[in-house]
Ligand binder design. Sequence first.
Ligand SMILES: Nc1ncnc2c1ncn2[C@@H]1O[C@H](COP(=O)(O)OP(=O)(O)OP(=O)(O)O)[C@@H](O)[C@H]1O
Length: 303
Amino acid sequence: MIETRELTKRFKDVRAVDGIDLTVARGELVALLGPNGAGKSTTLRMLTTLIPPTSGSARVAGFDVTRQQREVRLRIGYIGQGNGAGHSQRGRDELISQGRAYGMTVPAARRRADELIDSLGLGEVADRTVSTLSGGQRRRLDIAMGLIHAPELLFLDEPSTGLDPQNRANLQEHILRLRAEHGTTIVLTTHYLDEADSMAERVVVIDHGRIIADDTPQQLKAKHVGDRVILGFDSADQAALVPGGTPDGALVRITTEDGPRLAAELASFHPISIEVIRPTLDDVFLTLTGRSLREEANTLVGA
Ligand SMILES: Nc1ncnc2c1ncn2[C@@H]1O[C@H](COP(=O)(O)OP(=O)(O)OP(=O)(O)O)[C@@H](O)[C@H]1O
């Protein structure tokens, strides 16, 4: 569905995207995860034909993003970071106009709008003017706008940024349902670690315009960090008996791929405490880059 080769975008002396090779198969849900400024949006903007690559190539839905922009655009939906829907229109009318803009007949656009209003839980608000909708409802309406022409591939740029945790969870649920119902391939960007972790089967970690890891969240965590098992004993002598661990007084720390299993095996050493710490995607980012994604996000939010 997506195939890029050495995809690169330079803005003067900034290499926003620096030679990305990315392949996404039909039906996948892929999250591009990285700190602010990593190059996620720029990648999406090239894949959606909004800006041309400086070098390299990308095929999206079977067409070249530089030479066959129209073909690509007909087959994709793109929901950028801002709100797409107009303010003074009713949500349902916005959807129908958008469908008309894609060449759909009024009855077909109406039918599709009804379907999306239903699957995105907008039934109660679709006939209100857009300016009266809450942030989460607006975001869902934006997603419906991006899906009106039944694209095979949907790009979502930070779909839940700015939403409170409850609305975020609700939006994620809707996105997952849409995908289950329509089989749409979805590529989304996020800097929410939990969002990438819980929604995507595949997380592509981007930093400084490059892909630094690409795998399932489980594999990323197992491969790059592992579980940590911490055993506590009555004395340092007892702690020293545990094989493969790093003793620290009466404590022993061990890194392993399967923490619960190791903890069960080491129960025969009769520790007085056992703690299994499972990694997060932030630990993965920290291992790969030496920086915390969480701290960078917080710094920027606070800035
Ligand atoms: N139009 C532009 N002109 C100059 N520099 C740009 C332009 N667009 C992006 N950049 C720069 O390219 C780099 C990548 O930006 P991009 O928006 O792709 O990052 P991002 O990972 O999407 O970040 P965010 O999470 O903040 O959206 C940044 O250094 C940014 O300042």
